[in-house]
Design a protein. Structure first.
Lengths: 148, 117
């Protein structure tokens, strides 16, 4: 019987280009598999990280392709956490209201959906922004039904 | 790089767009171009067939938001069909079933257009 919770950490540093989203998803997928996550948890985390990285590329780096995104995974048997760091423009998640799809439809506005998905799919989403230095988003999922 | 492509077939005056692969912020422009081409030919009856779509993020859902108003203003619609449970769940989380008709099969979606001819 395990009496400790071993943490495993993995890291990927990648440029802020949408073409890299598939590599980011693969990185999450491989580590979720190694952590023994079930398919639902894996799919939720992949989408949440994709949304967070898309926001970083579009908003923090304003689609400039040479920004850096650091992705760090830290998992134990109890929790799978993904920490994303960028050095672009800071962001206040409080300024983004919960999306009203009817209103979006009328105004042809499609932003804000990603943040809502991240909060819905993950158990915890935390932002830290140090203007002019870095932004960090931590996405955490509590694990219940791991395969091993 | 993520693989995504579309192909179109015409059925009873309805443009059926087949989506295949991974629809994300990188590949969403491919679908935008497909919808622009269809609408550019004044075809406003559109069915999106999701049978071969493996993955969608909000950037992909945004494409449907971007075109639906123009399509409906012209008497048409974009109906959605043959989604996997995984893809449907994302649409459902964002409340899309309130705004879009989603069908189990492409046939049902195409027939719905025929009913309102």
């Amino acid at each position: 019987m395990k009496t400790y919770s071993k943490h495993i950490k993995k890291k990927l540093v990648i440029k802020s280009r949408t073409e890299n989203l598939s590599s980011i998803r693969n990185f999450i997928s491989e580590n979720a598999f190694n952590a023994g996550l079930n398919n639902q948890d894996t799919d939720d985390i992949i989408l949440a990280v994709d949304e967070a990285c898309t926001n970083i590329i579009r908003h923090a780096y304003k689609s400039v392709p040479d920004g850096e995104i650091m992705i760090e995974i830290d998992y134990s048997t109890k929790k799978f956490t993904v920490r994303l760091i960028d050095y672009g423009n800071s962001f206040d998640p409080q300024s983004v209201p919960k999306p009203d799809l009817q209103k979006y439809f009328r105004q042809k506005k499609v932003g804000g959906l990603g943040l809502y998905l991240m909060k819905t799919l993950m158990d915890d989403v935390q932002y830290i922004s140090v203007p002019g230095k870095y932004n960090q988003v931590m996405l955490s999922k509590n694990l219940k039904n791991t395969a091993h | 790089m993520a693989e995504f492509n579309t192909w179109i077939n015409e059925r009873s005056g309805v443009s059926v767009v087949h989506l295949k692969g991974f629809l994300d912020a990188h590949t969403a422009s491919t679908l935008e171009n497909t919808f622009s081409d269809i609408i550019g030919k004044n075809n406003f009856k559109i069915v999106a067939n999701f049978k071969d779509l493996t993955y969608i993020s909000s950037a992909g859902l945004g494409v449907f938001m971007a075109f639906i108003e123009k399509v409906r203003e012209n008497g048409g619609d974009i109906k959605l069909a043959s989604m996997s449970d995984k893809v449907f769940n994302i649409f459902d989380l964002l409340g899309f079933p309130l705004l879009y008709e989603i069908f189990k099969t492409e046939d049902e979606a195409v027939k719905k257009f025929e009913e309102i001819k």
